[in-house]
Design a binder for this molecule. Structure first.
Ligand code: UDP
Ligand code: MG
Length: 333
């Protein structure tokens, strides 16, 4: 459904999209800091808060914020769909000429908005942040570092190292992302896939302000797999490569056997024959698996359809309603 404003191109300059899952402890502080920064920027903006099925006071706080602040839009999902899905929901409801994606636990400092906007005004369509330092446990840091390096090594795309979801996207990029219907979303990858002029801004990632990380180990592993499998056919090709190695070994062994039969020596040991058979069969099976994998990959790329999230309610910021804006305009005229 196109909003009346969309047709008039009368949209806020920036939308700030924040997914929230049980973030009642940080939300007031986040809102305060965002409001300060946005007031300093002095441009038309909207805040899009996505409630990803929170079970704490987050929905209540959002209701209050929506009542108080005309720029606050809330999107309530029907249940908890996960961080990436919540970000996508926010992207789909953001109307700004530029959209900033950030976490709701203050690990992404709202004060970074200024450099992000500066990059955008310099003509970059994607301004993403790169974490120079993380204030997290050694194990988690090591895993993150390893993940990004493996992803980079095997992925078909140039996904920047240590870049997170915290970024600014021009509306052109947002429209491009909206047209990517896949369900297992890995936004950093999709963002790299989208292309456009991209700029990196380094920042030091703060520690979580309050509460605990909403990512369980399982959710993190799933995200890592979405990144690896979604942007690389390499794991599927592994079987093909192993099959090829087996095949080369088999040819080599066959040559040896043939050599010894034709040469002066006696019949080759039966163990050698068995090994040769194992190699030939193994190579055949592995290659077969590899081919299956290639088809699987293509099916994976093609199969889409189920939505990645379901919205139960949208409350638009009152400051962004069409009627209000027109009244403003006529009062200026
Ligand atoms: N989040 C969400 N849905 C989820 C998990 C997380 O909307 O199922 C939000 C969360 O409220 C936060 C952001 O996504 O604003 C990042 O989550 P978190 O801080 O737990 O991730 P981490 O920083 O540990 O990677
Ligand atoms: Mg966090």
């Amino acid at each position: 459904v196109t909003h009346p404003l969309q047709r008039h191109g009368d949209r806020p300059e920036i939308s700030v999209v924040v997914p929230l899952y049980n973030e009642a402890d940080t939300l007031p502080e986040l809102y305060r800091r965002l409001a300060t920064v946005l007031a300093r920027e002095n441009c038309a903006h909207e805040l899009v808060f996505v409630d990803d099925g929170s079970r704490d006071a987050t929905p209540r706080l959002l209701h209050v914020l929506h009542g108080q602040d005309r720029q606050v839009t809330t999107v309530t999902l029907s249940r908890n769909f996960g961080h990436q899905a919540a970000l996508s929901a926010g992207l789909d409801h953001a109307r700004g000429r530029a959209v900033v994606l950030m976490d709701g636990d203050l690990q992404d400092p709202p004060e970074m908005l200024a450099p992000l906007l500066a990059g955008w005004r310099d003509g970059f369509e994607v301004v993403y942040t790169v974490r120079t330092r993380r204030q997290e446990g050694l194990l988690k840091r090591t895993c993150y570092a390893a993940f990004y390096r493996v992803l980079r090594a095997v992925s078909d795309l140039d996904i920047p190292l240590d870049s997170g979801d915290f970024c600014l996207l021009d509306r052109k990029v947002v429209l491009a992302l909206r047209r990517m219907p896949e369900r297992q979303r890995f936004l950093r990858g999709l963002r790299a896939f989208a292309g456009f002029r991209q700029q990196a801004v380094p920042y030091e990632r703060a520690a979580r302000q309050a509460g605990r990380s909403k990512y369980t180990l399982r959710a993190l592993v799933r995200l890592a797999l979405d990144g690896l499998l979604g942007f690389s056919a390499w794991p599927l090709r592994l079987a093909t490569y192993v099959g090829l190695v087996f095949a080369v070994l088999a040819v080599f062994l066959a040559a040896c056997v043939a050599g010894s039969v034709l040469g002066d020596s006696a019949r080759p040991a039966s163990g050698t024959i068995v090994l040769l058979a194992v190699l030939v069969i193994g190579a055949g099976q592995m290659l077969g698996l590899g081919i299956l994998g290639e088809y699987m990959h293509r099916v994976y790329v093609e199969v889409t359809g189920r939505p990645s999230y379901i919205v139960s309610q949208v409350r638009r910021g009152k400051g962004n309603s069409a009627r209000k804006r027109r009244r403003n305009r006529s009062s200026v005229a």
